[in-house]
Design a binder for this molecule. Structure first.
Ligand code: NDP
Ligand code: KPL
Length: 304
């Protein structure tokens, strides 16, 4: 089965190499450009355990395909989903689409356009670009995948295609809960770390930073519970500490984006929690989450 990965960034490159080494036919499709060029590059993935995984990967752009037959995996920044969904509507409307991006509501461009097979994955891995053809990749735990709408193609089938020894995936029945749990952790990391200009380790090293994290978690859990998602603040606090320890010294994507003058994904994190809360008349309950989101947005705009 062909696997098309859209978005040749840190995650897309790591996944392409891991799948290709596992014998899959992988094409890495550029997310932000569509210049019609096809080329092959040797990519190297440096793992946390000092291994170097390499594979020759073919890059391509969407206009070279009239249809995408197989599986489509999105590893582009989620703010590109609206435009991509429009482009993919006639090329992949009946193809399984797996979104591996962080954030809340990022699948809406696809659900709105009635794509038939939509899945979401929640990444428990980190990857950073080192140079054009090298990434540093660290798996933390197998990444769960679940279906967003009932589909005739089983999640197990999709997971079997994407799972490889170096980049693990597992099926998840209650993906909504995992999406919220990770999104709340991201509301913490992707706002506080860029604003303090520090690495992810800050929460296990500094009690004041962790206390701020707990306030954000408390606000977000209130909103998730109103949406019928049963999450406890304590389990997210534990997750934040665990991610903080595992990724000590690494910089969260939002901080890297601000430093590199790129658009951030904060709109689908803190600012989306605020929007959801406002819709339920609970905007007063998430003021800290919103303030941090606004500050990140402002910091990003001022740095352009
Ligand atoms: N890196 C990590 O450790 C983790 C990342 N994630 C999530 O995974 C996703 C990918 O992250 P990551 O690989 O780090 O990000 P990168 O910034 O490294 O790469 C993202 C890619 O998105 C594409 N892109 C950028 N802007 C647009 C646009 N406007 N329209 C379409 N495509 C665009 C680009 O692809 P191209 O170069 O092909 O144009 C870019 O290379 C994000 O949603 C992130 O939140 C989740 C957990 C961990
Ligand atoms: C919180 C973290 C580090 C977990 O993988 C992440 O989601 C990211 O880097 O974007």
């Amino acid at each position: 089965m062909n696997i098309y990965i859209i978005g040749a960034g840190a995650i897309g490159k790591a996944l392409a190499v891991c799948l290709s080494r596992n014998g899959k036919t992988v094409r890495l499709i550029r997310g932000s450009v569509d210049h019609g060029k096809q080329y092959t590059e040797k990519l190297t993935v440096k793992t946390g355990t000092g291994q170097e995984l390499t594979a020759a990967i073919t890059f391509n752009t969407l206009s070279n395909f009239s249809g995408l037959d197989g599986i489509v995996v999105l590893t582009n920044k989620s703010f590109g989903n609206e435009e991509l969904a429009e482009k993919l509507k006639h090329k992949a409307g009946h193809t399984p689409i797996i979104l591996l991006q962080n954030g809340l509501g990022i699948e809406q461009p696809f659900t709105n356009r009635d794509f038939k097979h939509i899945y979401r994955g929640v990444l428990f891995a980190t990857s950073q670009i080192i140079s054009e053809n090298e990434v540093r990749y660290k798996p933390v735990a197998p990444s769960p995948i679940g279906t967003i709408r009932q589909s005739t193609i089983l999640t197990e089938t999709v997971v079997r295609e994407l799972d490889s020894p170096d980049f693990r995936f597992v099926t998840e029945k209650h993906i909504d809960k995992i999406i919220w749990k990770k999104a709340i952790a991201n509301c913490v990391f992707n706002s506080i770390c860029p604003l303090l200009d520090v690495d992810n380790g800050i929460f296990h090293r500094n009690t004041r930073a962790f206390s701020l994290a707990k306030s954000i978690i408390g606000e977000c859990v209130l909103i998730s519970s109103k949406k019928g998602i049963d999450l406890k603040a304590e389990e997210i606090e534990e997750q934040v500490i665990s991610i903080s320890k595992m990724s000590d010294g690494q910089f969260i994507s939002t901080l890297q984006d601000i430093r590199n003058k790129r658009r951030t994904e904060i709109d689908t994190l803190n600012l989306e929690v605020f929007r959801i809360a406002k819709h339920m008349g609970l905007d007063a309950q998430v003021q800290q989450t919103k303030l941090l989101g606004d500050l990140v947005q402002l910091k990003s705009d001022l740095n352009q």
